[in-house]
Design a protein around this ligand. Structure first.
Ligand code: AMO
Length: 437
């Protein structure tokens, strides 16, 4: 829209005639005059209405789309350090009238809705400034990731969603009818990112992952995104973890720099990041949980959700001023077929998880890069190598020692913002019950 300025630019235009446009967030009716609270993508500002304009808006509902031309004037602010302004409206145009009452009141400071109502009414609830803020921050995390990866000279790859075989093993995938044949929805870009190691040496991308387990937790979705990463010619697993850590640091710095207002609105303090993310083995983590946390899970082959929470919100901050903890050396029984076994102890894998301020946000490790070894690993996992023909082709034609990781976008957003349920960090979440909106 030509000549339009945004709400956050208004303080620079005091005394000038401007054009603004947005949604009617709220209407204050003082009989002969009134105030329209006008919301655009940058914020909310007050527009002073004359009797005629007020009368016109009385006939409409909130969320009507309006355009005003008027003069910007200073007004008294609650906080004297802030320059507060308002617009004295001269002309008003209704760009899109709303005649239906909104199903929820989005002009309130807090929506205060249960999760299902929030998401059932997503079309409207997304407009609430606090909901908007969540996905602005999510976008900044993505921006920071891309910025870090491209600065390393890595190549962004766009991975397919329709696939012939399941990448993470097991039977938890969605089947799709593909011209009468059976296709699956990608569980991750795992096999494809590894294939690219024959070319680019370092790749990244934001993939779509689908998991068909019948989840009912606050951490699982059936559809989510992963920050995928794979790097070749590595000396060891530390190199992969170094990239994960550096990427997260840049992602959080990007959020800090570009989303100051959003963080303030949500009253969020980002997790502490210390000097270096601590790296402990699974055994060491479980031992600490027993000795310091008072819970003995040392016989378990994995961290429980409670142990993950304790490690990253209590142990990490206490000992390392850090809400992120790498946990390494998971047993082979717990990791997929592509994960490299530890040459010193084949019941162990060269793999890691990063637990980030509440729960696991990354899985990664070194990969099997030799043909015979990969055939053996597939068989050991009860999988049929014939179904992995294309994947195995790469092992035949030279893949360097390599590793990588996958980080859940919604899981990271949830933990960084301290949201109780991952669905709050998902703009249009899908779960076992939900396919709408
Ligand atoms: P994994 O299956 O552990 O590993 O997934 C990697 C990360 O993705 C997120 N995540 C999920 N987020 C929401 N809902 C789910 N159901 C869900 N499942 C996983 C988590 C998790 O840490 N190919 C490997 C990664 C690799 O080794 O490169 C993989 O998919 O944040």
């Amino acid at each position: 829209m030509k000549d339009r300025i945004y709400v956050n630019e208004l303080p620079q235009h005091v005394g000038q005639k401007v054009t603004v446009a947005g949604w009617l967030h709220n209407l204050r009716d003082h009989k002969n005059f009134g105030f329209a609270m006008l919301r655009d993508k940058t914020g909310i500002e007050q527009v002073v209405l004359n009797a005629e304009q007020l009368e016109q808006l009385r006939a409409l509902q909130l969320e009507s789309v309006l355009k005003f031309t008027g003069t910007v004037v200073e007004r008294k602010a609650k906080d004297p350090s802030v320059k507060a302004v308002e617009i004295q409206a001269e002309t008003m145009e209704v760009l899109s009238p709303v005649t239906t009452v909104a199903p929820v009141e989005i002009s309130k400071t807090d929506l205060d809705l249960n999760l299902d109502t929030l998401i059932d009414n997503r079309v409207v609830t997304l407009r609430h400034p606090k909901q908007r803020a969540i996905f602005r921050i999510q976008a900044a995390l993505v921006h920071g990731y891309r910025s870090y990866m491209s600065k390393q000279g890595f190549t962004e790859i766009f991975f397919p969603i329709l696939a012939g075989a399941a990448s993470e093993g097991g039977s938890e995938f969605f089947k799709v009818d593909y011209y009468g044949r059976e296709a699956t929805l990608s569980q991750s870009a795992q096999l494809y990112k590894q294939i690219t190691m024959g070319v680019y040496e370092g790749v990244y991308g934001l993939s779509y992952s689908f998991r068909a387990e019948k989840f009912g937790t606050s951490r699982h979705l059936t559809e989510f995104n992963q920050f995928e990463f794979e790097v070749g010619f590595v000396d060891g697993m530390d190199e992969v973890m170094d990239h994960a850590e550096a990427a997260i640091r840049e992602m959080l710095t990007t959020v800090e720099k570009t989303c100051e207002l959003e963080l303030k609105l949500l009253s969020v303090t980002l997790p502490p990041v210390g000097k270096r993310f601590p790296r402990v083995t699974l055994k060491e983590a479980l031992e600490a949980y027993k000795v310091e946390g008072g819970v003995d899970e040392t016989h378990e082959p994995d961290l429980s959700p409670a142990a993950e929470r304790w490690l990253s919100t209590t142990w990490g901050p206490k000992h390392h001023d850090c809400g992120f903890v790498f946990v390494t050396d998971y047993p082979a029984t717990k990791r997929p077929f592509y994960v490299k076994l530890d040459p010193a102890d084949p019941s162990n894998t060269l793999s890691f998880d990063l637990v980030g301020f509440g729960s696991e946000i990354i899985s990664g490790g070194l990969r099997v890069n030799k043909y015979e070894e990969q055939i053996e690993r597939l068989k050991a996992k009860g999988l049929n190598p014939d179904q992995f023909e294309d994947y195995l082709m790469m092992h035949k034609f030279g893949i360097p020692p390599e590793g990588g990781f996958g980080m859940g976008l919604q899981r990271l957003t949830q933990n960084v913002l301290g949201l109780a349920n991952i669905k709050e960090a998902t703009i249009f979440p899908r779960d076992v019950q939900r396919l709408r909106p």
